[in-house]
Design a protein around this ligand. Structure first.
Ligand SMILES: Nc1ncnc2c1ncn2[C@@H]1O[C@H](COP(=O)(O)OP(=O)(O)OP(=O)(O)O)[C@@H](O)[C@H]1O
Ligand SMILES: [Mg+2]
Length: 274
């Protein structure tokens, strides 16, 4: 009988530290077809996001935050440099594979207006599962359960026009989380909300990402929103100016408005739809 001791090469690729999470190296992104009038948006960004961590990206308007999010998530190809997700370089994938990856492994939350107005809340949440090839019989209960886990069970048959801004954002979070993604990308998810509702939305987002073990990347201009995340990435002129670890400052990270639960009081994973 063959005996083998566990070695690095015996480990499954997704268990090796260098194969986990989202890693970007020397990311450069310029917009525009002609070299002469290209707009530089990223000037060489290195970033490694561990599984389950939460990171806020801050910086002045035009500093490259949205561009970074789009390149990290494979929406945009970098001009040079690379992004690896669980050890696989996004640029080595076909367009079809990348599209599939965005549907299965990544979730997205944008500022507002992202729900399809003609669909109900549950139809909006089920949509990514249906697009990823799941049957209606599987997708529907999952979407319903995700809405319930976010406290939105009563709103499942409402259309977005009949939801408040905060409710609509929480439905959008349900839609981002329903497929149990490895990374949730959120671009100014509270940008259209008042500060209290914004805090509630961040509470929901951080708790549920933590419970599912999903990495969270949030672009925001708001320091109170960024305070929910474990790390801060400060951008300026397409570069990371500074990285700040605020996980030790648990007080700040878990210091929401009084009616909002602390970020570290995440629900057990079983409470979230599998
Ligand atoms: N599609 C595009 N075509 C050309 N230039 C673009 C495009 N998108 C962004 N840019 C430019 O790239 C730079 C970075 O833009 P980006 O949208 O990433 O900034 P941002 O930090 O997200 O800004 P904001 O806080 O205003 O959303 C800016 O100079 C912007 O004008
Ligand atoms: Mg932006």
């Amino acid at each position: 009988m063959k005996h083998t001791s566990p070695t690095r090469s015996d480990q499954r690729p997704d268990q090796r530290p260098d194969q986990q999470g989202l890693v970007a190296r020397d990311l450069v992104k310029s917009y525009g077809p002609r070299r002469a009038d290209r707009v530089p948006a990223l000037g060489g960004v290195d970033l490694a996001l561990a599984p389950g961590e939460s990171v806020a990206v801050m910086g002045p308007s035009g500093s490259g935050k949205t561009t970074l999010l789009h390149v990290l998530s494979g929406i945009l190809a970098p001009t040079s440099g690379w992004v690896r997700w669980q050890g696989r370089e996004l640029s080595s994938m076909s367009d079809r594979e990348r599209t599939r990856l965005r549907r299965t492994d990544f979730g997205f939350v944008f500022q507002s207006g992202q729900l399809l107005p003609e669909l109900t809340a549950v139809e909006n949440v089920a949509l990514p599962l249906l697009l990823a090839g799941q049957s209606r019989a599987t997708a529907w209960p999952r979407a319903e359960a995700t809405l319930r886990s976010l406290g939105l069970g009563d709103l499942s048959t409402r259309r977005p026009g009949a939801l408040s801004g905060g409710q609509a954002q929480r439905v959008a979070i349900a839609r981002a989380l329903v497929g149990s993604p490895g990374v949730v990308f959120a671009d100014e998810p509270t940008g259209a909300l008042d500060s209290h509702t914004g805090q509630q939305v961040m509470s929901t987002l951080t708790q549920h990402c933590a419970a599912q073990g999903a990495t969270l990347v949030v672009v925001t201009h708001d320091a109170a929103v960024a305070g929910w995340c474990q790390r801060l990435v400060h951008m300026r002129d397409g570069l990371i100016e500074r990285l700040e670890d605020q996980s030790a400052r648990a007080g700040r990270v878990a210091q929401p408005a009084p009616s909002v639960q602390p970020a570290h009081a995440a629900q057990p994973a079983e409470a979230i739809v599998r």
